[in-house]
Design a protein around this ligand. Sequence first.
Ligand SMILES: *Cc1c(COP(=O)(O)O)cnc(C)c1O
Length: 372
Amino acid sequence: MFGEMSALAIRTGSVNLGQGFPDTDGPDVVRDAAIRAIQEGRGNQYPPAHGVPELRRAIADHQQRFYAITIDPGTDVVVTTGASEAIAAALLALVEQGDEVLMFAPWFDLYAAAISLAGASRVSVPLTPGTFRPDVAALRAAVTPRTRLLLLNSPHNPTGSVYTREELTAIADLVIEKDLWVISDEAYEHLVFTGSVHIPFCTIPGMAERTVTIGSAGKSLSLTGWKVGWATGPADLIAAVRVPRQHLSFVSGGPFQWAVAEGLALPDSYWAGFRDQLQLQRDMLCDGLTALGFPVTVAQGTYFATTDVRPLGYDDGWAFCRELPTRAGVVAIPHEVFHDDPDAGKPFVRWAFCKRPEVLEEALMRLRRAFG
Ligand SMILES: *Cc1c(COP(=O)(O)O)cnc(C)c1O
Protein backbone atom coordinates (compact mmCIF):
# COMPACT_ATOMS: atom_id res chain seq x y z
CA MET A 1 0.00 0.00 0.00
CA PHE A 2 2.82 2.43 0.89
CA GLY A 3 4.41 1.52 -2.46
CA GLU A 4 1.12 2.07 -4.29
CA MET A 5 0.56 5.45 -2.66
CA SER A 6 4.14 6.61 -3.25
CA ALA A 7 3.91 5.66 -6.93
CA LEU A 8 0.59 7.49 -7.15
CA ALA A 9 2.18 10.53 -5.49
CA ILE A 10 4.93 10.64 -8.11
CA ARG A 11 2.57 10.02 -11.03
CA THR A 12 0.22 12.82 -9.96
CA GLY A 13 2.90 15.23 -8.70
CA SER A 14 1.26 15.11 -5.27
CA VAL A 15 2.56 16.46 -1.98
CA ASN A 16 3.29 13.28 -0.08
CA LEU A 17 2.01 13.42 3.50
CA GLY A 18 1.82 9.63 3.53
CA GLN A 19 5.40 8.81 4.33
CA GLY A 20 6.54 9.00 7.93
CA PHE A 21 9.97 10.51 7.60
CA PRO A 22 11.19 14.10 7.90
CA ASP A 23 12.21 16.07 4.80
CA THR A 24 15.02 17.82 6.67
CA ASP A 25 18.06 15.86 7.83
CA GLY A 26 19.23 15.68 11.44
CA PRO A 27 21.86 17.95 13.04
CA ASP A 28 25.02 18.92 11.12
CA VAL A 29 27.21 17.98 14.07
CA VAL A 30 25.88 14.43 14.02
CA ARG A 31 26.31 14.08 10.26
CA ASP A 32 29.84 15.51 10.55
CA ALA A 33 30.56 13.00 13.30
CA ALA A 34 29.67 10.16 10.90
CA ILE A 35 31.99 11.56 8.24
CA ARG A 36 34.77 11.88 10.81
CA ALA A 37 34.22 8.32 12.00
CA ILE A 38 34.55 7.03 8.44
CA GLN A 39 37.67 9.09 7.79
CA GLU A 40 39.28 8.07 11.06
CA GLY A 41 38.53 4.41 10.50
CA ARG A 42 36.00 3.97 13.29
CA GLY A 43 33.34 1.44 12.38
CA ASN A 44 34.34 0.75 8.78
CA GLN A 45 34.81 -2.91 9.69
CA TYR A 46 32.38 -5.08 11.66
CA PRO A 47 31.74 -3.30 14.95
CA PRO A 48 31.27 -5.31 18.18
CA ALA A 49 28.20 -7.57 18.02
CA HIS A 50 26.09 -5.74 20.60
CA GLY A 51 27.10 -2.23 19.55
CA VAL A 52 30.21 -0.09 20.00
CA PRO A 53 30.86 0.49 23.72
CA GLU A 54 30.69 4.29 23.24
CA LEU A 55 27.14 4.05 21.88
CA ARG A 56 26.01 1.59 24.54
CA ARG A 57 27.38 4.00 27.14
CA ALA A 58 25.60 6.93 25.41
CA ILE A 59 22.29 5.02 25.42
CA ALA A 60 22.68 4.26 29.14
CA ASP A 61 23.53 7.93 29.82
CA HIS A 62 20.48 9.00 27.78
CA GLN A 63 18.15 6.77 29.84
CA GLN A 64 19.63 8.21 33.02
CA ARG A 65 19.49 11.82 31.85
CA PHE A 66 15.92 11.85 30.56
CA TYR A 67 14.19 9.27 32.76
CA ALA A 68 16.46 8.51 35.74
CA ILE A 69 16.66 4.89 34.55
CA THR A 70 19.92 3.21 35.54
CA ILE A 71 21.14 0.50 33.18
CA ASP A 72 24.45 -1.27 32.71
CA PRO A 73 25.83 -0.55 29.22
CA GLY A 74 27.63 -3.90 29.33
CA THR A 75 24.60 -6.12 29.82
CA ASP A 76 21.37 -4.12 29.52
CA VAL A 77 21.70 -2.68 25.99
CA VAL A 78 21.87 -4.03 22.47
CA VAL A 79 22.34 -1.85 19.40
CA THR A 80 20.23 -2.91 16.42
CA THR A 81 19.50 -2.15 12.78
CA GLY A 82 16.86 0.43 13.63
CA ALA A 83 14.03 0.00 16.10
CA SER A 84 12.62 -2.43 13.52
CA GLU A 85 15.26 -5.08 14.12
CA ALA A 86 15.04 -4.56 17.87
CA ILE A 87 11.30 -5.32 17.75
CA ALA A 88 11.76 -8.35 15.50
CA ALA A 89 14.59 -9.75 17.63
CA ALA A 90 12.69 -9.19 20.87
CA LEU A 91 9.67 -11.04 19.47
CA LEU A 92 11.83 -13.90 18.20
CA ALA A 93 13.45 -14.10 21.63
CA LEU A 94 10.36 -13.92 23.80
CA VAL A 95 7.53 -15.70 22.01
CA GLU A 96 7.14 -19.20 20.69
CA GLN A 97 5.06 -21.03 18.13
CA GLY A 98 1.42 -20.82 19.21
CA ASP A 99 1.82 -17.91 21.62
CA GLU A 100 -0.43 -14.89 21.33
CA VAL A 101 0.85 -11.34 21.22
CA LEU A 102 -1.54 -8.68 22.41
CA MET A 103 -1.50 -5.18 20.97
CA PHE A 104 -3.68 -2.18 20.45
CA ALA A 105 -4.94 -1.49 16.94
CA PRO A 106 -4.22 0.41 14.79
CA TRP A 107 -0.62 -0.81 14.88
CA PHE A 108 2.64 -0.07 13.10
CA ASP A 109 2.63 -2.46 10.13
CA LEU A 110 5.96 -4.09 11.01
CA TYR A 111 4.43 -5.68 14.14
CA ALA A 112 2.15 -8.01 12.25
CA ALA A 113 4.98 -9.27 10.04
CA ALA A 114 7.42 -9.73 12.93
CA ILE A 115 4.85 -11.62 15.02
CA SER A 116 4.20 -13.99 12.10
CA LEU A 117 7.93 -14.45 11.62
CA ALA A 118 8.16 -15.53 15.27
CA GLY A 119 5.41 -18.13 14.65
CA ALA A 120 3.04 -16.44 17.06
CA SER A 121 -0.38 -14.98 16.39
CA ARG A 122 -1.59 -11.47 17.01
CA VAL A 123 -4.61 -10.39 18.98
CA SER A 124 -5.61 -6.80 18.31
CA VAL A 125 -7.66 -4.65 20.66
CA PRO A 126 -8.93 -1.41 19.13
CA LEU A 127 -8.06 1.90 20.77
CA THR A 128 -11.27 3.82 21.45
CA PRO A 129 -12.31 5.05 17.96
CA GLY A 130 -11.85 8.79 17.49
CA THR A 131 -10.12 9.56 20.80
CA PHE A 132 -7.67 6.66 20.43
CA ARG A 133 -7.24 5.98 24.14
CA PRO A 134 -6.21 2.52 25.38
CA ASP A 135 -9.22 0.49 26.55
CA VAL A 136 -7.78 -1.62 29.35
CA ALA A 137 -11.03 -3.50 30.00
CA ALA A 138 -11.04 -4.62 26.36
CA LEU A 139 -7.38 -5.55 26.66
CA ARG A 140 -8.14 -7.68 29.72
CA ALA A 141 -11.00 -9.40 27.89
CA ALA A 142 -8.66 -10.33 25.04
CA VAL A 143 -6.15 -12.19 27.23
CA THR A 144 -6.21 -15.99 26.86
CA PRO A 145 -4.09 -18.73 28.43
CA ARG A 146 -1.85 -18.47 25.35
CA THR A 147 -1.16 -14.75 25.71
CA ARG A 148 2.56 -14.35 26.28
CA LEU A 149 3.44 -10.77 25.48
CA LEU A 150 2.03 -7.27 25.19
CA LEU A 151 3.46 -5.12 22.40
CA LEU A 152 2.98 -1.53 23.46
CA ASN A 153 3.64 1.68 21.52
CA SER A 154 3.46 5.15 23.05
CA PRO A 155 3.81 7.76 21.59
CA HIS A 156 1.56 5.89 19.20
CA ASN A 157 1.89 5.54 15.44
CA PRO A 158 -0.49 6.18 13.62
CA THR A 159 -2.81 8.01 16.06
CA GLY A 160 -0.39 10.33 17.90
CA SER A 161 -1.75 9.29 21.32
CA VAL A 162 0.64 9.50 24.26
CA TYR A 163 -0.50 7.27 27.10
CA THR A 164 -0.87 8.83 30.54
CA ARG A 165 0.57 7.49 33.78
CA GLU A 166 -2.94 6.35 34.80
CA GLU A 167 -3.37 4.43 31.54
CA LEU A 168 0.09 2.88 31.79
CA THR A 169 -0.48 1.92 35.41
CA ALA A 170 -3.77 0.19 34.54
CA ILE A 171 -1.98 -1.67 31.75
CA ALA A 172 0.83 -2.62 34.17
CA ASP A 173 -1.69 -4.08 36.64
CA LEU A 174 -2.97 -6.34 33.87
CA VAL A 175 0.59 -7.32 32.88
CA ILE A 176 1.28 -8.46 36.45
CA GLU A 177 -2.09 -10.18 36.85
CA LYS A 178 -1.63 -12.16 33.62
CA ASP A 179 2.15 -12.59 33.96
CA LEU A 180 3.13 -11.15 30.56
CA TRP A 181 6.31 -9.90 28.93
CA VAL A 182 6.23 -6.46 27.38
CA ILE A 183 7.94 -4.91 24.38
CA SER A 184 7.56 -1.14 24.64
CA ASP A 185 8.20 0.60 21.32
CA GLU A 186 9.22 4.13 22.29
CA ALA A 187 10.61 5.20 18.92
CA TYR A 188 8.91 8.62 19.28
CA GLU A 189 10.01 9.22 22.88
CA HIS A 190 11.33 12.71 22.06
CA LEU A 191 8.38 13.78 19.92
CA VAL A 192 5.85 14.66 22.59
CA PHE A 193 4.13 18.04 22.58
CA THR A 194 3.08 20.60 25.20
CA GLY A 195 0.57 19.13 27.62
CA SER A 196 1.79 15.54 27.34
CA VAL A 197 4.81 13.74 28.73
CA HIS A 198 6.52 10.54 27.68
CA ILE A 199 6.65 7.98 30.47
CA PRO A 200 8.79 4.94 29.68
CA PHE A 201 6.70 1.88 30.49
CA CYS A 202 9.61 0.29 32.39
CA THR A 203 9.39 3.08 35.00
CA ILE A 204 5.91 1.96 36.07
CA PRO A 205 6.35 -0.11 39.27
CA GLY A 206 6.91 -3.79 38.56
CA MET A 207 7.55 -3.30 34.84
CA ALA A 208 11.36 -2.92 34.75
CA GLU A 209 11.99 -6.66 34.99
CA ARG A 210 9.35 -7.53 32.35
CA THR A 211 9.95 -4.90 29.70
CA VAL A 212 12.20 -4.60 26.68
CA THR A 213 12.28 -0.91 25.71
CA ILE A 214 12.92 0.06 22.10
CA GLY A 215 14.52 3.29 20.85
CA SER A 216 15.30 4.71 17.41
CA ALA A 217 18.07 7.13 16.43
CA GLY A 218 16.25 7.54 13.12
CA LYS A 219 13.27 9.13 14.85
CA SER A 220 15.15 10.89 17.68
CA LEU A 221 17.80 12.48 15.44
CA SER A 222 15.88 12.78 12.12
CA LEU A 223 18.24 10.34 10.43
CA THR A 224 15.86 7.54 9.47
CA GLY A 225 18.13 6.24 6.70
CA TRP A 226 20.89 5.37 9.14
CA LYS A 227 18.85 2.60 10.75
CA VAL A 228 20.41 2.65 14.19
CA GLY A 229 18.17 1.57 17.04
CA TRP A 230 18.44 -0.25 20.35
CA ALA A 231 16.76 -2.37 22.95
CA THR A 232 17.31 -1.83 26.67
CA GLY A 233 16.08 -3.80 29.64
CA PRO A 234 17.09 -6.27 32.32
CA ALA A 235 20.20 -8.33 31.56
CA ASP A 236 18.33 -11.64 31.19
CA LEU A 237 15.88 -10.26 28.63
CA ILE A 238 18.59 -8.40 26.71
CA ALA A 239 20.76 -11.54 26.67
CA ALA A 240 17.80 -13.33 25.07
CA VAL A 241 17.25 -10.56 22.51
CA ARG A 242 20.94 -10.53 21.55
CA VAL A 243 20.84 -14.12 20.29
CA PRO A 244 18.35 -13.82 17.38
CA ARG A 245 19.55 -10.27 16.73
CA GLN A 246 23.06 -11.46 16.12
CA HIS A 247 21.72 -13.91 13.54
CA LEU A 248 19.56 -11.35 11.77
CA SER A 249 22.01 -8.64 10.70
CA PHE A 250 25.01 -9.60 12.93
CA VAL A 251 26.06 -5.92 13.05
CA SER A 252 25.30 -2.76 11.10
CA GLY A 253 25.80 0.98 10.87
CA GLY A 254 29.44 0.96 12.06
CA PRO A 255 30.41 4.65 11.67
CA PHE A 256 26.83 5.78 12.29
CA GLN A 257 26.94 4.19 15.73
CA TRP A 258 29.77 6.54 16.70
CA ALA A 259 27.87 9.52 15.38
CA VAL A 260 24.64 8.54 17.16
CA ALA A 261 26.62 8.34 20.41
CA GLU A 262 27.43 12.03 19.93
CA GLY A 263 23.85 12.80 18.92
CA LEU A 264 22.33 11.31 22.06
CA ALA A 265 24.54 13.62 24.13
CA LEU A 266 23.32 16.79 22.37
CA PRO A 267 22.38 19.59 24.77
CA ASP A 268 18.81 20.27 25.93
CA SER A 269 18.53 23.05 23.35
CA TYR A 270 18.60 20.46 20.55
CA TRP A 271 15.83 18.33 22.04
CA ALA A 272 13.63 21.33 22.85
CA GLY A 273 14.17 22.90 19.42
CA PHE A 274 13.41 19.63 17.67
CA ARG A 275 10.14 19.19 19.57
CA ASP A 276 9.09 22.84 19.22
CA GLN A 277 9.66 22.85 15.46
CA LEU A 278 7.60 19.70 15.02
CA GLN A 279 4.87 21.07 17.26
CA LEU A 280 4.73 24.15 15.04
CA GLN A 281 4.28 21.92 12.00
CA ARG A 282 1.66 19.86 13.80
CA ASP A 283 -0.30 23.01 14.62
CA MET A 284 0.00 24.27 11.08
CA LEU A 285 -1.40 21.08 9.59
CA CYS A 286 -4.05 20.48 12.26
CA ASP A 287 -5.29 24.09 12.18
CA GLY A 288 -5.40 24.02 8.39
CA LEU A 289 -7.32 20.74 8.29
CA THR A 290 -9.72 21.93 10.99
CA ALA A 291 -10.42 25.14 9.07
CA LEU A 292 -11.34 23.00 6.08
CA GLY A 293 -13.93 21.11 8.13
CA PHE A 294 -11.86 17.95 8.57
CA PRO A 295 -12.41 16.73 12.15
CA VAL A 296 -8.87 16.31 13.48
CA THR A 297 -7.58 14.25 16.38
CA VAL A 298 -4.66 16.49 17.33
CA ALA A 299 -1.55 14.41 17.95
CA GLN A 300 -0.01 14.53 21.43
CA GLY A 301 3.17 13.11 19.94
CA THR A 302 4.78 11.48 16.84
CA TYR A 303 4.75 12.69 13.24
CA PHE A 304 1.04 12.09 12.56
CA ALA A 305 -2.41 13.63 12.77
CA THR A 306 -5.65 11.74 12.12
CA THR A 307 -8.85 12.95 10.50
CA ASP A 308 -12.29 11.41 10.14
CA VAL A 309 -13.42 11.61 6.49
CA ARG A 310 -17.14 11.08 7.07
CA PRO A 311 -18.12 14.78 7.27
CA LEU A 312 -16.53 15.19 3.82
CA GLY A 313 -19.02 12.78 2.34
CA TYR A 314 -16.80 9.68 2.36
CA ASP A 315 -17.28 6.70 4.64
CA ASP A 316 -14.14 4.89 3.67
CA GLY A 317 -10.60 6.24 4.24
CA TRP A 318 -9.26 3.97 1.53
CA ALA A 319 -11.59 5.43 -1.09
CA PHE A 320 -10.76 8.94 0.13
CA CYS A 321 -6.99 8.32 -0.07
CA ARG A 322 -7.25 6.74 -3.53
CA GLU A 323 -9.09 9.81 -4.82
CA LEU A 324 -7.06 12.44 -2.97
CA PRO A 325 -4.04 12.57 -5.33
CA THR A 326 -6.18 13.30 -8.38
CA ARG A 327 -8.75 15.40 -6.57
CA ALA A 328 -6.31 17.56 -4.56
CA GLY A 329 -2.72 16.59 -5.38
CA VAL A 330 -2.01 15.32 -1.86
CA VAL A 331 -1.26 11.85 -0.50
CA ALA A 332 -2.40 10.55 2.92
CA ILE A 333 -2.70 7.04 4.37
CA PRO A 334 -5.90 5.25 5.46
CA HIS A 335 -5.89 3.79 8.98
CA GLU A 336 -7.34 0.61 7.51
CA VAL A 337 -3.83 -0.56 6.63
CA PHE A 338 -2.93 -0.56 10.33
CA HIS A 339 -5.78 -2.94 11.26
CA ASP A 340 -6.74 -6.58 10.73
CA ASP A 341 -10.42 -5.75 10.84
CA PRO A 342 -11.03 -3.64 7.70
CA ASP A 343 -14.04 -1.96 9.33
CA ALA A 344 -12.18 -0.88 12.45
CA GLY A 345 -10.18 2.01 11.06
CA LYS A 346 -12.47 2.69 8.15
CA PRO A 347 -13.28 6.40 8.41
CA PHE A 348 -9.79 7.50 9.58
CA VAL A 349 -6.87 8.88 7.62
CA ARG A 350 -3.30 9.59 8.74
CA TRP A 351 -1.42 12.74 7.69
CA ALA A 352 2.32 13.22 8.30
CA PHE A 353 3.38 16.68 9.49
CA CYS A 354 7.13 15.92 9.64
CA LYS A 355 7.53 18.05 6.50
CA ARG A 356 8.88 21.58 6.03
CA PRO A 357 6.34 24.37 6.67
CA GLU A 358 6.36 25.38 2.99
CA VAL A 359 5.48 21.81 2.02
CA LEU A 360 2.61 21.73 4.53
CA GLU A 361 1.42 25.13 3.30
CA GLU A 362 1.42 23.86 -0.29
CA ALA A 363 -0.55 20.77 0.75
CA LEU A 364 -3.10 22.91 2.60
CA MET A 365 -3.44 25.27 -0.35
CA ARG A 366 -4.20 22.32 -2.60
CA LEU A 367 -6.70 20.92 -0.10
CA ARG A 368 -8.41 24.33 0.15
CA ARG A 369 -8.72 24.38 -3.62
CA ALA A 370 -10.27 20.93 -3.69
CA PHE A 371 -12.43 21.06 -0.54
CA GLY A 372 -12.67 24.74 0.44
C1 LIG B 1 9.55 4.26 12.46
C2 LIG B 1 9.05 3.34 13.51
C3 LIG B 1 9.82 2.23 13.92
C4 LIG B 1 11.05 1.81 13.19
O1 LIG B 1 12.15 2.59 13.47
P1 LIG B 1 13.53 2.37 12.71
O2 LIG B 1 14.53 2.88 13.70
O3 LIG B 1 13.47 3.15 11.45
O4 LIG B 1 13.67 0.90 12.43
C5 LIG B 1 9.35 1.46 14.96
N1 LIG B 1 8.19 1.75 15.57
C6 LIG B 1 7.43 2.78 15.20
C7 LIG B 1 6.15 3.02 15.91
C8 LIG B 1 7.82 3.60 14.14
O5 LIG B 1 7.01 4.58 13.72
